[in-house]
Design a protein around this ligand. Structure first.
Ligand SMILES: Nc1ncnc2c1ncn2[C@@H]1O[C@H](COP(=O)(O)OP(=O)(O)O)[C@@H](O)[C@H]1O
Ligand SMILES: [Mg+2]
Length: 308
């Protein structure tokens, strides 16, 4: 649904975005992650037609982003900027009505649509609040409601959880998951890695304007060929279990985590992990629990940026 080919915006002094090849499939949530200054907002603005690329191409659906196609792109996409202003002296209802009018939704349909977007973002109770009185979390929800007014197929959200407290972040995650269930394609950015990773199907890691990796966290991690961490809980003699593990060629090190839990660094291929379990069992170790440590987006990110 969103695709770029060597998309570039050069601000000089190695700042900007360089040769970006993004690929966001239909109906997926794509997390665009990278530290401050990595180029997330610049990329997003190019996708919305707000910043003109120096070179490369970008497509939203089948439509190439060109000045002539901007109105078409605007109908297809909903964009929520990282920082957005609200007009003084406006209620939430007036604010949404204003944006609905800007999208040329007829007054009667607008009223119904406002109710729908407020329900979607669980903000119905805020309809008569003054926009300037809203907390950051409330404002983000109203911002999302505004972005949904014209029922776009694609949502592009720049740091939707930025500055939110933990409760508001959880609510934002739930709202985003709800939007996915409506079949929306969502690209969202974040500089706080674990923040939204749990709702993302795919991630793209951007660093100094370059896309370093793209895919599921598992895929990216596997492509890095990291060591696999295996945790083993045993119900028999731990020293014996330890010596069995230490004799395995692809086991680099073993440490005792708890009284009956061992952790080993496995340097072999992922398909060989099962042979570790087999060797334990063959050597009469009573294994209660055997698991590969879950990959964490933050670890993946740190490894990738270290290489870069
Ligand atoms: N209009 C601009 N003029 C010059 N440099 C810019 C401009 N916009 C962004 N930059 C620079 O481009 C880099 C990427 O910025 P940005 O896309 O805002 O990053 P992010 O959103 O990932 O924090 C930064 O080094 C920033 O200073
Ligand atoms: Mg930004």
């Amino acid at each position: 649904m969103i695709r770029t080919e060597k998309l570039t915006k050069n601000y000089g002094k190695d700042r900007g975005v360089f040769n970006l090849d993004l690929n966001v499939p239909r109906g997926k949530i794509y997390g665009f992650v990278g530290p401050n200054g990595a180029g997330k907002t610049t990329t997003i603005k190019m996708l919305c037609g707000l910043v003109k690329p120096d070179s490369g191409k970008a497509f939203v659906g089948d439509v190439q982003i060109t000045p002539g196609n901007i109105p078409k792109i605007k109908r297809k996409t909903g964009y929520m900027p990282d920082i957005f202003g609200v007009y003084e002296q406006m209620s939430v209802w007036e604010y949404l009505d204003f944006y609905g009018a800007a999208f040329k939704i007829a007054p009667k349909a607008r009223r119904k649509r406002i109710e729908e977007v407020l329900a979607l973002t669980e903000s119905s109770h805020m309809i008569d609040y003054q926009v300037t009185s809203l907390s950051r979390g409330m404002r983000q929800r109203i911002g999302l409601a505004k972005t949904m007014m014209h029922d776009p197929e694609i949502l592009i959200l720049d740091e939707p959880a930025g500055g939110l407290d933990p409760t508001a972040r959880i609510e934002m995650r739930q709202t985003i998951s709800r939007l996915r269930s409506l079949g929306k394609t969502i690209l969202l950015s974040s500089h706080i890695l674990p923040e939204l990773s749990s709702v993302c199907d795919l991630v793209g890691i951007i660093f100094k304007g370059r896309l370093l990796a793209q895919g599921t966290v598992k895929e990216i991690s596997a492509s890095l060929q990291e060591k696999i961490i295996i945790n083993v809980t045993v119900d028999s003699d731990i020293a014996e279990a330890r010596s069995v593990l230490e004799r395995i060629a692809c086991v680099e090190s073993v440490k005792t985590l708890e009284q009956n839990v061992l952790q080993c660094m496995f340097t072999g291929a992922r398909e060989q992990v099962k042979s570790v379990l087999r060797l334990l069992v063959e050597n009469k170790v009573v294994v209660r629990w055997f698991s590969e440590e879950e990959v964490d987006l933050e670890d993946v990110f740190i490894n990738i940026t270290k290489r870069a």
